[in-house]
Design a protein around this ligand. Structure first.
Ligand code: NAP
Length: 305
């Protein structure tokens, strides 16, 4: 590889970035800028805050300044679809895009790389068939999680929602998008059989924001999805996968020590979905994942998160 030339921003530097509200705590700038330097791309990745009323104007405006690509985060993954002239089928079906790529028609093409990111830390296991997974939450990322589990070939996927309305909406969207052989069903969090589902699961994913706050001493804020007691039903070797990556570990993932379970947090998902976005923007297949991971770990250590 050529020696790195683009350590400073100059007149030829192009913009890439993430839009959301808030975005100031995003790790994506650190991860992406480390990759851009390694790939010798004269681009700069910024966290761009945008209020809801300005969001579509900002996205459309960024297309006019030769912006090379955008990530979209909470709460705009659905709204961003209004800014796209083309959306790939899966993103359209789950009504969420997290990556915008400039297209030849002077517009944006919308993609969703959360699925790639989610499955990356699970690919080591070759035989997911007949295994059972539980997804807590039925929001935007839960749809990417369900699709990811389907691609991995899980036998049964059960989703837990806090309301029947949200559950039905989720199942109606996701069912047409998954393999007909995959058994997908759902329950609400007050279902009396919940403990059996927990006990029988091989993989449990937290796709809610519960546990995201750092204020673990504040007893008024729920820190563990579904409450602490229900997890007494966990069996050894079940994998707990929290999409959250700060704090590390979350209170929920701390339970793995007590019950002899395995744990995965959301950092690898963040890195891998970022790498997939950068592949789409740059056309470069080989991503410097180790450099991106190292930059993320260093930043988390600096921030003591
Ligand atoms: P979202 O679309 O707002 O969905 C959140 C889901 O959690 C909804 O189903 C919501 O229920 C449920 N929920 C929220 N608060 C709850 C509570 N107190 N009790 C029970 N259920 C609750 O959010 P999202 O985009 O899916 O994100 C979810 C989490 O994943 C966030 O922490 C986000 O940071 C994380 N994430 C991480 C990555 C990564 O790369 N690591 C990527 C994407 C997301 P309702 O449906 O009833 O509202």
């Amino acid at each position: 590889m050529e020696p790195n030339k683009h350590k400073t921003i100059n007149g030829d530097t192009s913009l890439v970035g993430v839009l959301g509200d808030p975005v100031n705590h995003s790790l994506s700038p650190v991860i992406h800028n480390a990759a851009l330097l390694e790939l010798n791309l004269n681009w700069c990745y910024l966290a761009i805050p945008s209020k809801e009323i300005h969001f579509e104007l900002v996205v459309k405006g960024l297309r006019k300044i030769n912006c090379k690509g955008l990530n979209i985060t909470i709460p705009y993954k659905s709204q961003a679809m209004n800014c796209c002239t083309h959306i790939n089928n899966f993103s359209k079906n789950i009504e969420a895009v997290n990556t915008l790529v400039p297209n030849d028609n002077d517009g944006w093409s919308g993609f969703n790389t959360d699925v790639d990111g989610f499955i990356a830390p699970l690919l080591y296991e070759k035989n997911w068939a007949k295994k059972k997974a539980l997804i807590i939450g039925t929001g935007g990322s839960a749809k990417a999680v369900a699709k990811g589990l389907d691609l991995l070939g899980l036998g049964t996927i059960t989703c837990i929602s806090r309301s029947n309305e949200s559950l039905m909406k989720f199942l109606n969207i996701i069912r047409p998008n998954i393999n007909q052989k995959t058994n997908i069903n759902g329950i609400t969090k007050d279902n009396l059989s919940l403990k059996h589902y927990i006990n029988e699961s091989n993989l449990i994913i937290n796709a809610t924001p519960i546990g995201m706050t750092n204020k673990s001493i504040d007893n008024n804020i729920q820190q563990i999805p579904l409450g602490r007691e229900i997890w007494n039903n966990l069996k050894k070797d079940t994998i707990l996968y929290d999409l959250i990556y700060t704090p590390r570990p979350t209170e929920w993932l701390k339970l793995t020590t007590q019950y002899g379970c395995k744990r995965i947090d959301g950092l690898e998902m963040l890195i891998q979905q970022g790498a997939s976005s950068l592949r789409l923007w740059s056309g470069i297949e080989e991503m410097p994942i180790d450099i991106m991971r190292e930059a993320a770990h260093k930043e988390l250590l600096n921030k003591k998160l």
